[in-house]
Design a protein around this ligand. Structure first.
Ligand code: ADP
Ligand code: MG
Length: 340
């Protein structure tokens, strides 16, 4: 029988996805406190092998639900998922063995040392003693000198790294991190990322959810954005960053302006530091046209530069921006219906 794991490329060779998901949906049943919730609405997602794949989305978008389905902690309502060639319904054990998951919730057992923790975890995964690599993993995560310390003596950042280490005991080809740096300070985040990038260099496919967009922009080579349980985009980062038709012209006026000038049809924004920002669509307007309007407004330009849209601009446009447009459209329809 044909299933998602046996999908072939056009040339007949097998697909080489780390994870392939098709039509995955999840509706949480209603409880006394809350009505039923459709957290995922039939999403398709394909994660290339060897990538650092960023799964982004506002709070409540469905990121953790998707990851927990992969991890076997949440049962999907429908759809198909293939992990490293194994269908999660037909070969759940092999599929699960192919991923290591660092969950969103911080939980560490305080009674063991990091080394003991890893040994116990390896035991749970049935890794034979001869194949365990506890010290090697601790080393890869910069915890070798804490191998025999009590976990409660570890800093918050070290505890996070220990969770990553635990997720790696069975040597999975895929490591999944769900909001691994929420509430972690900048220095510790950097350290954690260095280790994650290092694992990726050693061939591990990384999937991470984060709401630190700068981090995602720097680290990931593929970005997917989900909003209200739907995938709104999933593309290589470079492609995504080039896709937004938006740039900003930054102008430093010769003399301070006391009001926002009228540059119509362009709209300008005056910052507190006296700089003038004009956002425009490169496909429609040229910098020269904007400068002509600035000149007509009697403003003399001391300095200028243009700024490309970044991941945050794209994220905001595809999530909250899209929500606002949908709301406005709905309101508009209401007005029209009322008139009829
Ligand atoms: P994210 O990780 O993107 O913030 P989640 O996947 O945690 O989003 O949640 C998606 C939606 O599903 C939210 O509306 C959330 O309240 C709901 N949800 C998550 N887990 C459960 C659950 N166990 N029972 C009921 N609703 C849930
Ligand atoms: Mg989450």
């Amino acid at each position: 029988m044909k299933d998602i794991c046996s999908d072939k490329r056009e040339d007949g060779s097998p697909q080489e996805w780390a994870i392939a998901a098709k039509g995955v949906s999840k509706t949480y049943a209603a409880s006394k406190k809350a009505p039923a919730k459709e957290a995922l609405k039939g999403i398709d997602l394909f994660v290339p092998r060897g990538s650092i794949f960023g799964l982004l989305g506002p709070n409540g978008a469905g990121k953790s639900t998707f990851i927990n389905i992969l991890a076997g902690m949440v049962t999907k309502s429908s759809g198909e998922v293939c992990i490293w060639g194994f269908d999660i319904d037909k070969n759940p054990r092999q599929a699960r063995a192919a991923i290591g998951v660092v969950p969103q919730e911080l939980s560490t057992d305080v009674f063991f040392t990091p080394k003991e923790s890893l040994e116990i975890q390896a035991g749970l995964y049935g890794v034979p003693k001869a194949e365990r690599r506890s010290m090697e993993i601790l080393q890869a995560l910069g915890l070798e000198d804490k191998a025999d310390a009590y976990v409660r003596q570890l800093s918050g950042g070290m505890k996070r790294r220990l969770l990553v280490a635990k997720a790696m005991v069975h040597n999975p080809p895929i490591l999944i991190l769900d909001e691994p740096t929420a509430g972690v300070d900048i220095e510790l985040r950097k350290q954690l990322w260095e280790h994650v990038v290092d694992l990726n260099r050693r061939g591990v496919t990384i999937i991470l959810t984060t709401h630190y967009l700068e981090e995602a922009e720097e680290l990931c080579d593929h970005i997917a954005i989900i909003n209200h349980g739907d995938v709104v985009t999933s593309r290589p980062k470079s492609e995504l960053l080039g896709s937004l038709d938006m740039k900003t012209l930054m102008v430093v006026p010769d003399n301070p302006l006391d009001a926002v000038p009228d540059l119509s049809p362009f709209s300008a924004e005056l910052k507190e530091d006296g700089r003038l920002y004009v956002t425009y669509k490169p496909s429609e307007s040229r910098v020269g046209d904007i400068l002509a309007r600035i000149n007509e407004a009697g403003i003399r330009v001391k300095d200028l530069s243009t700024v490309e849209a970044d991941l945050e601009d794209i994220f905001l446009q595809m999530t909250y921006g899209a929500d606002r447009i949908a709301q406005e459209r709905a309101a508009q329809e209401k007005v029209t219906t009322a008139k009829v």
